[in-house]
Design a protein around this ligand. Structure first.
Ligand code: EPZ
Length: 418
């Protein structure tokens, strides 16, 4: 397992380029299955999760060619519809391949992806959506077998605006007979990116970004190239790195609209933020004012920013309260932060963060992707040396994280722990 070695206490200054969105690239990589041909994708972040997704596409029989700025995927040769079990377990979000495999082949076999560090993460809404489309789902000992003679468009009412279930319902209905209407759909920007990609291939999807999405089935899709949208959680992470260090940074290739809730809260805390169409500039005060947040489905405050925000407000003036409404187990990082001098208590869905004068370096371990990123934020701000272990979690979702941090003046190195 590797670690980050961070010597904290520097103000971050300068500019950083935001990478392509992990949570947009993953469903779009799955969607390349639908055109049974070639797709050229630009701005796919080079992180462990996208590498895993490419590995699965290859295991299914697809061909992947990586060039400097682009990835060419040929899914015409895919001849398997069973997602390899060990890869399912290595990456939960591979469940998104099911919708694409069923959409094209009318069948898919995969194992229950299982919970992960932030909650049980069931897929009942995905399976209910498939069944609504006339897809038979047989579950036995954790294995799901999905099969359909025909896929007929239908109305799908989601009990909860699940991002993955919305994406899977879209992917399973793009090549169906007739129209599908998905109500109470998730409104995340990554779903708009997926809609734009599918429509460029010739699909007929509309309404993404709203709570009703209509998919009119088409017969076939064409070969296209597409540029993945910027990663809004990486943008939020670097905004918080500036905020906690009293820094002054410019984010390039960032979409300010996608991070509106984060910008609003950081301005409330005393940061000066200016935006252009694809840039965000932030100048932070010496000390932040405490704020309260409640995580909600988009366009509310994103759950993926919860741990990073909690860290940012550890040294604010006053007490901040964070309520986590999306996942049931997303405070595991708190015990690690408290080793660094934070004063956070967790009561049910809420974390109470009493501002302290400063954080101190310590040896801590990442518990999950965003919890790990939060510990890096804490280490960059803390006085002294911090060792963050289990950084494989973090490498899943952040491209060149240590390199980008050094570019802003942070003292951070990777050490391969034997
Ligand atoms: C996506 O996960 C993201 N992952 C997550 O980002 C993000 O936290 C989440 O959406 C919420 O925004 C990707 O896009 C790859 P959900 P997903 O289905 O689709 C419950 C990160 O750090 N639920 O919207 O799995 C579920 O338990 C990751 O980048 C059901 O009950 O999230 C959770 O409580 C972490 N049944 C809530 O809905 C279902 O069938 C939201 O889950 C599906 C979900």
């Amino acid at each position: 397992m590797s670690s980050y070695i961070i010597k904290g206490g520097t103000k971050l200054e300068g500019k950083v380029t935001i990478s392509g969105s992990k949570n947009s690239a993953l469903p779009i990589l799955a969607a390349t299955i639908l055109n049974a041909g070639k797709t050229t994708l630009y701005n796919v972040p080079n992180i462990q999760d996208t590498q895993k997704m490419l590995e699965i596409l290859t295991a299914l029989g697809g061909k992947v060619e990586k060039k400097k700025q682009k990835i060419i995927i040929d899914t015409s040769t895919i001849n398997k519809q069973e997602i390899p079990d060990h890869l399912m377990h290595q990456m939960r979000s591979s469940v998104i391949l099911a919708g694409a495999l069923i959409g094209r082949f009318h069948q898919a076999t995969f194992t229950y992806p299982g919970g992960c560090d932030i909650g049980s993460r069931p897929i009942d809404l995905h399976l209910k959506a498939f069944e609504k489309l006339g897809i038979g789902v047989v579950q036995s000992y954790g294995e799901m077998q999905c099969q359909a003679e025909q896929i007929i468009g239908e109305k799908i009412d989601l009990d909860f605006p699940s991002v993955g279930a919305t994406e899977n319902a879209i992917l399973a209905s793009v090549l169906a007979e007739g129209k599908t209407l998905i109500t109470n759909s998730a409104r995340e920007p990554e779903i708009i990116d997926l809609q734009n990609f599918l429509n460029k291939m010739g699909a007929k999807v509309k309404g993404a970004g709203n709570n009703e999405i209509e998919v009119e089935g088409v017969k076939r899709l064409k070969e296209v190239s597409y540029n993945i949208m910027p990663d809004r959680i990486e943008s939020g992470t670097f905004l918080c790195l500036a905020a906690i260090t009293g820094g002054n940074i410019r984010l390039q290739n960032a979409n300010p609209i996608h991070v509106t809730p984060i910008i609003n809260k950081l301005e409330e805390a005393g940061c000066e933020i200016q935006t252009k169409s694809n840039e965000i500039m932030i100048k932070a005060p010496k000390k932040l004012k405490a704020v309260d947040i409640k995580t909600m489905p988009y366009p509310g405050f994103p759950t993926d920013m919860q741990s990073i925000f909690a860290t940012t407000f550890c040294t604010a003036k006053g007490t901040s309260i964070i309520v986590e409404n999306i996942f049931e187990n997303r405070f595991k990082y708190v015990q690690e932060l408290n080793k660094m001098g934070a004063k956070i208590t967790v009561e049910g869905k809420s974390a109470i963060i009493r501002g302290v004068r400063r954080l101190y370096g310590a040896s801590v371990k990442a518990t999950d992707l965003r919890g790990g990123a939060a510990l890096v934020v804490a280490g960059v701000a803390a006085k002294g040396m911090t060792v963050v272990g289990n950084i494989e979690y973090i490498l899943r979702g952040y491209e060149k994280f240590d390199q980008k941090l050094r570019g802003l003046g942070a003292d951070i190195e990777i050490s391969e722990v034997i």
